[in-house]
Design a protein around this ligand. Structure first.
Ligand code: C2E
Ligand code: MG
Ligand code: MG
Ligand code: MG
Length: 291
């Protein structure tokens, strides 16, 4: 609301702003050492190949529960951690935890030969010149073949230092590690730039999935993005799928992989394994599709 003359809403307005800033400050202070105090964990959201609805991987997503502040979403604290530099230690922790999980699941023999865990990488992590090298070394140390691991980077994360980003991503793709451009279509990147980046996968943002059923424009837009991705030789993952209609439409336009609450929410590791055990494909066969 706009400030009013009597000063009342002005006061309310500045109070909320102040409260917000206080909260951000608390979060920032609490962030330091959160991993060491055991407040963070990873959850895993399954990725499904749409052609046969097999589980082909999982995205690792960070969760933070602070004893006083409660649950804080990564959408809120990751940008703060990037600004403060805490992202480096948090990112390290995420990587170690993801690697630990890959080792564990391989030992338990639950990972087929065709299953990866994907980790989100923040812009500032990628900006480090030795980032790819250090990740590759850690994978090697644990004798993890490239196909079990993948990274996701957002468009905006690539734009600040394109040349270094290109170099880092090239090291991953040369090592046969899948690189996904996350939240595709929501950033400010130009297609000309995107074309020059080494990546294997484009993740269509949820924003292009949400309204598929309601609008023909949205359907054409999704179709165009998928065509664009395929035209540069990339696979397409759609995120944020919440309905059978969305899954079937995206399958119809050639999207290879799907992720979203319709299949499963992100789950703690043990629940993830149980979910995989119980998973039954339930989309109708492709022949009945009307696109
Ligand atoms: P993202 O990488 O695009 O992850 C997808 C987000 O969409 C996740 O939110 C996921 O829980 C949510 N999601 C998945 N399916 C659905 C659905 O069907 N409907 C809806 N409404 N949402 C769905 P989350 O876990 O809150 O993460 C938000 C963002 O925070 C991520 O977006 C990613 O950019 C960042 N993030 C999360 N974990 C990490 C991490 O370990 N490192 C870094 N650098 N960033 C992370
Ligand atoms: Mg992601
Ligand atoms: Mg995404
Ligand atoms: Mg997203």
């Amino acid at each position: 609301a706009l400030p009013q003359k009597n000063g009342r809403s002005v006061q309310c307005y500045s109070e909320t702003l102040e409260a917000q800033q206080r909260h951000r400050l608390h979060v920032l202070q609490a962030l330091r050492g959160a991993t060491e105090r055991g407040e963070m964990s990873l959850v895993f959201q399954p990725k499904l190949r749409l052609s046969d609805q097999r589980i082909t991987g999982a995205e690792a997503l960070l969760r933070w529960h602070h004893p006083d502040l409660g649950h804080i979403s990564p959408g809120m604290f990751i940008p703060l951690a990037e600004a403060s530099g805490d992202i480096f230690s948090i990112g390290e922790w995420v990587l170690e935890e993801a690697i630990r999980t890959i080792v564990d699941w391989r030992q338990k023999n639950v990972l087929g030969d065709d299953f990866h865990i994907a980790v989100n990488v923040a812009a500032r992590q990628l900006a480090r010149k030795d980032f790819a090298e250090s990740v590759l070394r850690q994978l090697e140390d644990h004798q993890i073949p490239a196909r079990f691991f993948a990274i996701e980077v957002t468009e905006s994360g690539l734009m600040s230092d394109m040349q270094n980003a290109r170099q880092q991503l090239a090291q991953f793709t040369q090592a046969n590690i899948a690189v996904a451009i996350d939240d595709f279509g929501t950033g400010h990147s130009s297609l000309a730039y995107i074309k020059t980046l080494p990546f294997s996968t484009l993740k269509i943002d949820r924003a292009f999935v949400m309204d598929l059923e309601e609008s023909d424009v949205e359907r054409q837009l999704a179709r165009t993005i998928a065509q664009l991705a395929h035209s540069v030789g990339s696979d397409v993952v759609a995120e944020g799928i919440e309905t059978a209609y969305q899954a079937m439409y995206l399958r119809g336009i050639g999207c290879e992989t799907a992720q979203g609450y319709y299949f499963s929410r992100p789950l703690p590791a043990s629940e993830f394994l149980a979910w995989c055990d119980n998973w039954q494909p339930h989309l109708p066969p492709k022949a009945t599709e009307t696109v």
